[in-house]
Design a protein around this ligand. Structure first.
Ligand SMILES: [Zn+2]
Ligand SMILES: [Zn+2]
Length: 336
């Protein structure tokens, strides 16, 4: 099969990915194999290709927003238990496995499992014609979306949803969103569907226009104050300098949730101005499968608008280079 591997991590200009002809993988016990129909290109793939995120194993196939159809079922009871049959459309996301037994897993925080493995980092992902996945970590997908539209829901959507939940926005509350890329535009639609007033702070004019189109109450520059105090805010831009800005925009008791896996340094905080009166600052780490199920159920109920830029599988390195240069409109998606 055609696939891409992370061969020599480095800047995109040095061609860190290599096109390869690999054997079609055989599904192991309690795994299924999918024929890939779409794979989203996430910023984490770029961190892996460029070496910001150290490879966990040589020559891994990247890609963790995979939509495909079951074309082989491994031995074991898992597929039958979940009623999965040949031809079913399933999704593969970042979390590939956990131990299921540690203190974090047993208290419902499997996203913090120290033994967790990840798609496209520890195990081969979806920049390929076929991928295998553990049945218990695959998602059923909502109807009414194309394969390309579903792909970005699987990381940008799910992780953005967790970050939104971590912000503890009260019903009908006032939400600030800092940065407005693939993840933010999906989380904003969830908040709007649940009755929030959403204020978007971002520098890009195209992103501000999209925010208004989706129903934001106001748009402004990244460092501008929102027109009213915020009950909650989510920081999607990986910019630590915005942490005190967003904290200062919170009302008493408000919460700022940082969505990113990576953030530049946070400047000095002033207790009275940024944290006192019970303002909260929280991080977000990946997601649990329950987060994914919840988010996809919301996507089934409220048709989310997903902006996609398609690329052929053969152009995966171009898609990543475009992402690195901020030339992608919405989410880049590879179509084999
Ligand atoms: Zn991702
Ligand atoms: Zn665990």
């Amino acid at each position: 099969m055609r696939a891409w591997q992370v061969a020599s991590p480095g800047p995109m200009g040095t061609r860190p990915l290599r096109a390869a002809d690999l054997p079609v993988p055989e599904p192991g016990p309690d795994e299924v194999r999918l024929r890939v129909d779409a794979c989203g290109v996430c910023r984490t793939d770029l961190h892996l290709a460029e070496g910001d995120l150290q490879p966990r194993r040589a020559l891994t196939v990247p890609g963790h927003e995979v939509v495909g159809r079951v074309d082989a079922i491994g031995l074991g009871p898992a597929a039958e238990r979940r009623g999965i049959r040949l031809g079913d459309r399933l999704g593969v996301a970042w979390l590939a496995s956990t131990d299921g037994t540690c203190a974090y897993c047993t208290r419902g925080a499997e996203n913090l499992c120290p033994a967790s493995t990840y798609t496209g980092w520890d195990v081969d992902g979806g920049y390929a014609e076929y991928v295998r996945v553990r049945v218990d970590y695959a998602y059923r997908l909502p109807a009414g979306y194309s394969d390309a539209e579903l792909a970005p829901l699987l990381c940008a959507g799910i992780v953005g949803y967790r970050a939104l939940r971590r912000a503890e926005l009260p019903p009908g509350g006032r939400l600030g969103i800092y940065g407005f890329g693939a993840s933010a535009h999906l989380a904003a639609q969830v908040a709007l569907a649940q009755g929030a007033r959403v204020h978007v702070m971002t520098r890009a004019p195209a992103a501000r226009a999209l925010a208004l189109e989706l129903g934001a109450a106001s748009v402004a520059g990244a460092y501008d104050p929102p027109p009213e105090p915020l009950d909650a805010a989510v920081l999607f831009a990986p910019v630590g300098e915005l942490v005190p800005v967003a904290l200062a925009a919170l009302d008493r008791g408000g919460t700022l949730s940082v969505a990113g896996i990576h953030l530049t340094d946070i400047p000095r905080l002033v207790y009275a101005e940024h944290l006192f009166q019970e303002r909260n600052l929280r991080s977000t780490t990946a997601n649990t499968r329950a987060d994914g199920e919840e988010f996809l159920a919301i996507a089934a109920e409220h048709r989310l608008a997903v902006t996609v830029t398609p690329y052929s599988l053969d152009a995966a390195d171009q898609a990543l280079a475009d992402l690195a240069a901020d030339r992608v409109n919405g989410a880049a998606v590879l179509l084999p």
